[in-house]
Design a protein around this ligand. Structure first.
Ligand code: ADP
Ligand code: ZN
Length: 435
């Protein structure tokens, strides 16, 4: 049974009527309070009353990350700062950070979304939850914290890092649930193996992983190494952090909290809305947010939507696992390549560790891809001949599945820096003007 079956299992027609009402409210809300939206709506000659169905959302203008940067820090805020009770910000790894202000009501809604996420993952009030997402400006830490607290779990706010201590606490506190990025989960699994701690024999049984793309193969790898079920959490700062979508016990697709987020898929080039089932860029409109509602926010995340009967009973639309972000997409020999595709192929190869990095370089006019992947200890020790053989095997495997030629470089174990948060998968070594 879902946490909130009234909404999570709402029949489509009723949900769409609810969404339309909230959409109009949101449009009116920002049109009155945010000059940025006011001007855009005026230019397009659009008012809330022009929206007759949820599909009419396509009449509204898009919002992009740059709009948030240009209006940093509070230009898109629809309420007085007095009403704001918390401000988060994204890491800003790709430029100026962007801010996410919340009213008290926004925080409550966020918590509701997170409780649904925990519940769907099988987490119950009697569980001990170790939260190793980074606490601070990053929405991961406090988002998961609030959800687990509201559910009544025993929360251990470890934040990320100090991996050995994480493992000790896991043993001492009999942690049932681990929350962190998938790449950090892998770092922990590896460290535990080195310390001769068998995570599989501990009570730990559920992982709630998100904040970065990871392949289905990576999920299986983590599940096996930790002896857990690895569940998914999806979200982004612009929309209020994690809690936008989550997977259920079926582990086949991420349900989107449709009463809070109106979702569309658009063609990332033409920006035309695409029908259900087609792959494209995810676009969200927040439906109940007060402090900083987003109108048609372009996430740059690529996936596909499916509306189908889910055995879990939820009627929320599902999206496939995120294939990748358009800004991480590489074009190699004319083929679009997402790091997660290479990841899943590398995980088929038993001679390597699931630790890799993609290096993009320029050769003439073409982009070239170097796949750096760590050899298992015994393979690395077996010498150069063996390493070359494995490199050849990986090249052939990638060529066979993706039709692209890449260079593969087997590196020694521990060569690649371990992640405690979001893993750095792509290293861009192209001259600046080509990036
Ligand atoms: P930043 O932009 O600084 O990385 P965010 O934490 O807001 O800050 O990042 C949100 C992005 O993280 C999403 O747009 C998406 O690309 C990625 N992400 C979050 N959850 C998942 C997930 N479950 N699977 C794949 N990617 C995810
Ligand atoms: Zn389901």
């Amino acid at each position: 049974m879902p946490w909130n079956d009234e909404f999570e299992c709402m029949p489509l027609e009723k949900m769409q009527a609810f969404q339309l009402e909230k959409l109009k409210e949101t449009v009116e809300w920002v049109a009155k309070r945010v000059p940025f939206y006011q001007e855009k709506f005026k230019k397009l000659g659009i008012k809330a009353s022009d929206l007759k169905s949820v599909e009419d959302v396509a009449k509204l203008p898009f919002t992009e990350k740059n709009d948030l940067r240009d209006n940093y820090p509070f230009g898109l805020c629809a309420v007085d700062l007095k009403e704001v009770v918390r401000v988060h910000a994204s890491s800003g790894t790709t430029g100026k950070p962007i801010t996410g202000p919340y009213t008290k009501e926004d925080l409550e809604q966020w918590t509701e979304c997170m409780v649904r996420n925990f519940w769907a993952a099988g987490v119950r009030p009697e569980h001990v939850v170790q939260n190793a997402y980074g606490y601070g400006l990053f929405t991961g830490g406090l988002g998961f914290h609030q959800g687990a607290t509201a559910l009544g779990c025993t929360v251990v706010p470890t934040s990320s890092g100090m991996t050995e201590r994480q493992i000790t606490l896991m043993q001492d506190f009999k942690t049932d649930v681990l929350c962190c990025t998938p790449s950090y989960a892998l770092t922990m699994a590896e460290r535990a193996e080195e310390l001769k701690v068998d995570l599989r024999s501990l009570p730990l049984s559920i992982g709630m992983f998100g904040a970065e793309p990871w392949s289905t193969q990576m999920r299986k790898e983590i599940e096996e190494r930790m002896g857990i079920r690895a569940m998914e959490a999806y979200g982004l700062t612009e929309l209020g952090g994690p809690g936008v979508g989550f997977d259920c016990e079926v582990q086949d697709g991420i349900h989107i909290n449709e009463d809070f987020y109106l979702v569309e898929i658009v063609d990332p080039v033409t920006l035309e809305p695409l029908p259900l089932g087609e792959k494209g860029e995810l676009v969200f409109t927040s439906l109940q947010r007060r402090a900083m509602p987003m109108i048609r926010y372009r996430t740059k995340d690529i996936t596909r939507l499916r509306r189908e009967e889910c055995p879990c009973g939820r009627t929320f639309v599902k999206m496939d696992k995120i294939y990748g972000r358009t800004d991480d997409m590489l074009i190699i020999s004319g083929v679009n390549v997402f790091p997660s595709q290479i990841e899943s192929l590398l995980l088929d190869i038993e001679e390597v560790e699931p630790q890799y990095q993609l290096v993009v370089r320029k050769k003439g006019y073409l982009d070239q891809l170097l796949v750096r992947v760590e050899a298992k200890k015994e393979i690395y020790a077996a010498g150069e001949k063996k390493r070359m053989e494995v490199e050849g095997k990986i090249m052939a495997h990638i060529r066979g599945h993706m039709g692209i030629g890449v260079e593969v470089n087997l590196v020694e174990p521990k060569y690649i820096a371990r992640s405690e948060g979001k893993a750095l998968r792509v290293v861009d070594e192209r001259p600046k003007q080509f990036r």
